[in-house]
Structures are given as C-alpha cells and as structure tokens.
Design a protein. Sequence first.
Length: 137
Amino acid sequence: MSSQSTIESVTKPNTKENKAQSDSFRRLVMVELYTLLIELISGVYMFISGVSLIPMVVHSVFGVVAGVIGVLLVFRSLKLSKNTRNFCVIGFLFVVIAGIAGALFVASGYTVDAYSYLMAASFVISGAFYSFTLSAR
C-alpha cells in the first residue's frame, strides 16, 4: 500500500475502518465517563458516611483506572480531530489534578477540605471535557 493511499484512508471520514475507530473511541469515552461517575459517587459516599477502608480503596482504584483510561484516550485521540485531541488532553489534565488533590487530602490527614473540593471539581470538569469529545468534529 502506498503512502498516498494510506493518507487517503485515514482522511476519508466515511470508511468502515474510520467508523470502527470512531465507535471504539466513543465506547472508551463512555467507559471513562462511567468510571468518573463511580469515582464521584464513592467520594460523595465517603463524604457523607465518613472515611473508611473499603470505600477509600474503591475510590482510589477507580481514580487510578480513570487515569489509565485517560492516557489511552489521549493516545487514541491523536488520530482524530484537533478538537477531540484537545478535549482529551484537558480532560486528562483534570484527572491528574484530581489525583494530586486526592493525594494531598490523604496526606493532610483528611483535614484540608480544599483538597477534597478541588478533587471533586476536577473530576466533574474532566467528565465535562470528555463528554465534549462525543460531539467534537
């Protein structure tokens, strides 16, 4: 296959291969959004009921999973539009900010509520940016 035909197959918007890539990317975005939702719900649960081991582990694991999926989305978005790529990078940066804020909150002995609020806000903002990728062209 020549390089010209490769370029054409990547740039043609309606080929079966591009549609399959787009569909799998959208599914990965949805998995990330559900992961962020579980992350948020587990954080709210801990806020209401108090910090205990099992919810903390669930919350932490889903935070790490959100970060890993975020990395995958950034790499997958490199082949897509500039808007999609930008939304993925910004969404991932907010997941990183949330992770840092969470680590600082734990390191403070759960006493500095500003870190908790920053973590929650960052997860919500990252979810917003990831959802923008579903309609970006």
